[in-house]
Design a binder for this molecule. Sequence first.
Ligand code: NAD
Length: 492
Amino acid sequence: MQDKIDTLRNAEVAPQSLFIGGHWIPAESGQTIDVVSPIDGRLLTTLADAAPGDVDRAVRAARASFDKGSWSKASPQERKKVLLKIADLIDTHALELAVLGVRDNGTEISMALKAEPASAAGTFRYYAEAIDKIYGEIAPTASNVLGLIHREPVGVVAAIVPWNFPMMIGAWKIAPALAAGNSVVLKPAEGASLTLLRLAALCAEAGLPDGVLSVVTGRGAVTGEALGLHMDIDVLAFTGSGPVGRRLLEYSARSNLKRVYLELGGKSPNIVFADAPDLDQAAKVSAYGIFRNSGQVCVAGSRLLVEKSIHEEFAEKVAAIAASMKLGDPLDLKTEAGAISSKAQLMKDLGYAEQALAEGAHLRTGGKRILEETGGYFMQPTVFDLSPSMTLAREEVFGPILSIIPFDGEDEALRIANATDYGLASAVWTSNLSRAHRMVRGVKAGVVHVNTYGGSDNSVPLGGVKQSGNGHDKSLHAFDKYIDLKTAWIQL
Ligand code: NAD
């Protein structure tokens, strides 16, 4: 497979257009955005820079397609057929999509292959299969009336997604929204639009009617804001940072009160007790749970809480694994952590490391930029010992930096774990079954892993509590975001 990757790694990428109403068109203004590859810092291609007028055209195309009914009123079987075909086409083009995505955002190819095309295809299949298994209800009303609860598509859905795992996260939103019969306008991140534009082409090839999926590329503060403020979008589904999530809520309040679902960041605690079943395995999974994709994973276990009695021994194990990870060329199948997605993000990560040192944290390994001679953006996996009050222990870095914090007993573990504005993921490692259940109940997070970290099944919801968000991607629960309930109250 490495041969095939190597033949694709330098393929020319044509300048990209917007995909609106089934047509590839430039932005009205003719403006473009440079796409720089984080692998070598070189220009890869350009994106069309959509302005509010372009966004309006995409929303009008979405509304027209919804009202026409060629998708929204198509039978579940017809919609299922198209979504399954999309999944098949993603599989057919998996390698090409994975390499294109890696050149765009720097994720190591071994992870991208699983987490991007393979995951997206699985998500399309999951929701395709679910379409004809969810339907309305008859309420247990008095016998002289009939209360019918209809489930209807909401209409036009806007999806705004981030630069890490664009296909996976894009599919988490597009697939259930389309399955439910909606039309979608998608805005990818500036740093990871290429695979989603390609996905739009595959959707059209699979027979998705014109206008049902449009893709508008551009800057968050312009293209994204225009979507947020648009008066004819019914639901806005977002994955990204907290500050942008707040803006989207404001846009909704200032426009048409569109429903806004937020999947935001995290500072997830990974709690290791001395009675963990296998400390070597726990150390390995903990290291990979933060350093894969160079820490650019929303659920990354970025705070490692270790019971005092094993603190030194365990921290050394994790630091040794971090120091031995194979870094560098994201298109090498053996690479375990690829590039930082952009120069700005690299500088931010390095800044956090400097600040931690200035605040007195103890650096166990890493902390530096590497492979600068390639022109790419690479940073060593970095491990600090620190106290919970330090900046690094509180703020989401979204980079390859792990904070290790010692604790003494369950109560202190829970106190430190929950002392954060976030509540996305977490883990607990213990052989004590009762303790495991107490911790699952006690940790305030959308996901609690026990004796593992990570998990990818489509059948389980992913969402946060507190300032990590208010919605769920994945599972049948994701349909709730894209469906309206309507009551028909019939006198008999
Ligand atoms: P970001 O918030 O900067 O950008 C996300 C998207 O919002 C991009 O498409 C961007 O163009 C757009 N955007 C930016 N400003 C906007 C504005 N003013 N109005 C409308 N749209 C705007 O996030 P990012 O840097 O792309 O991604 C990293 C963040 O995403 C991290 O915080 C990470 O934890 C989070 N994330 C969360 C999950 C989850 O499932 N909870 C998954 C992946 C990433």
